[in-house]
Ligand binder design. Structure first.
Ligand SMILES: Cc1cc2nc3c(=O)[nH]c(=O)nc-3n(C[C@H](O)[C@H](O)[C@H](O)COP(=O)(O)OP(=O)(O)OC[C@H]3O[C@@H](n4cnc5c(N)ncnc54)[C@H](O)[C@@H]3O)c2cc1C
Length: 368
């Protein structure tokens, strides 16, 4: 039987935020995820002040999870560096810790969770590996993974790839990285490094496919080359990075915004809008989209999908435009140098830029 309650496909930040806001509004959402246990998805682990505010607005607290407080942005390029105070404090936290807290909060709010892998959608039906799930409203929140027939367009033949190293706690990294999010810029990409709970560090990079291809497609050879080129990066990677496995994710469609959708399908998180990861705002977008979709659904049910999608696309447009500009500058040698010089000479401009590349706060996420 077809359910009138919303069916949320994917229990990451976007899906859980939607589930929490829907349950708080009196609905009985069902979350579906392909994983029974929460993993530690590939992500930089930088939670912006806007992400924290969006979560607080739906009653999710992270204070007790031991995340690392971040007050400063440090930029490195071609042997130069600069630091800029962040507009507000941010947090370094693993996705395992965040996603676990979000799942708990969704279940505590009254959402239900089932495990299944969604293979494709057809009107009012999510085709799962275990069974087909029928619902008037489908909230597509599968994030980085596209469901068959719902692929997001790839704009470039030289797409960005994501790579991550999880580095163990070390006194040297603690001293070098304390209180900061660092972006090490290089020709064709960047490495972002931040400390997380327990003192471990997350080194996550976005790099053009062609740059990895020049290292024979070998992520370890790429990391070694970046360390040879940058003593500052080498100091942070230390001698133990080779023991950490390198995880990768292919072809991230940075800049994509879903401006339309099909009847009854609400696109959330990375399925709604993909901000270049350098901005550290993907999770704020995920939570904001989940919250806004819930508000639209509570107001208009399945029929509100198109209005929600248009409203969210309009909200996400400015931060994505600015972050895309920042990413393109940062991934060119000259642009990276200019960015560091600007951060030294006029830190206020970089700070302002960092603020403007955020999704508008929850309170101002008005319906359109
Ligand atoms: C290299 C890189 C670094 C990043 N660093 C940062 C950062 O530091 N800060 C930040 O804010 N953002 C960062 N981001 C962006 C951030 O990771 C994403 O924007 C965010 O994870 C999107 O959340 P989501 O809920 O839409 O999707 P996801 O986090 O991808 O969650 C999707 C969920 O859906 C489930 N799922 C997937 N497919 C299926 C299926 N077929 N059936 C059932 N379930 C399914 C998954 O198991 C998962 O639980 C980064 C991205 C990249 C690529």
């Amino acid at each position: 039987m077809r359910s009138a309650d919303p069916l949320i496909l994917g229990a990451g930040p976007a899906g859980c935020a939607a589930a929490i806001a829907l349950a708080q509004g009196g609905a009985s959402p069902l979350l579906l995820d392909r994983r029974a246990a929460v993993g530690d998805p590939l992500c930089g682990g930088f939670m912006s002040w806007r992400t924290l505010a969006q979560l607080e607005a739906i009653g999710v607290q992270l204070d007790d999870l031991g995340g690392h407080r971040v007050d400063e942005l440090r930029l490195f390029a071609s042997g130069n560096d600069a630091s800029v105070p962040l507009p507000q404090p941010a947090l370094g936290l693993s996705r395992h810790a965040l996603d676990s807290r979000l799942r708990e909060a969704a279940l505590a709010a009254g959402a239900r969770l089932e495990v299944d892998t969604i293979r494709a959608l057809s009107p009012g039906v999510a085709l799962g590996q275990r069974q087909d799930w029928q619902a008037d409203s489908l909230l597509l929140a599968t994030g980085k993974h596209d469901v068959r027939g719902q692929s997001r367009p790839r704009a470039s033949d030289d797409p960005a790839l994501g790579l991550r190293l999880r580095l163990p706690a070390s006194p040297t990294r603690d001293t070098l990285l304390g209180g900061a999010i660092e972006l090490h810029l290089f020709d064709g990409g960047y490495v972002g490094i931040v400390l997380q709970e327990g003192g471990s560090a997350n080194a996550c990079m976005a790099v053009r496919k062609s740059v990895l291809a020049r290292c024979d497609g070998d992520p370890a050879a790429l990391v070694a080359r970046l360390g040879e080129d940058s003593p500052a990066l080498a100091a942070r990677l230390g001698s133990d990075w080779q023991q950490a496995g390198i995880e990768t994710i292919g072809a991230v469609p940075y800049g994509h915004i879903a401006r339309q959708t099909e009847a009854g399908v609400f696109r959330l998180g990375d399925q709604a809008a993909v901000i270049p990861s350098l901005a550290g705002e993907g999770m704020a977008i995920a939570v904001a989209s989940g919250t806004l979709a819930a508000r639209h659904w509570l107001d208009g049910g399945a029929d509100a999908a198109q209005a929600y999608q248009r409203a969210f696309a309009a909200r996400a447009s400015r931060p994505i435009r600015l972050a895309t500009l920042g990413w393109h500058l940062a991934e060119s040698r000259l642009g990276g140098r200019a960015g560091v010089a600007l951060a030294r000479l006029a830190p206020g401009i970089v700070r302002q830029f960092a603020e403007m590349a955020r999704i508008p706060a929850t309170a101002s996420l008005a319906r359109r």
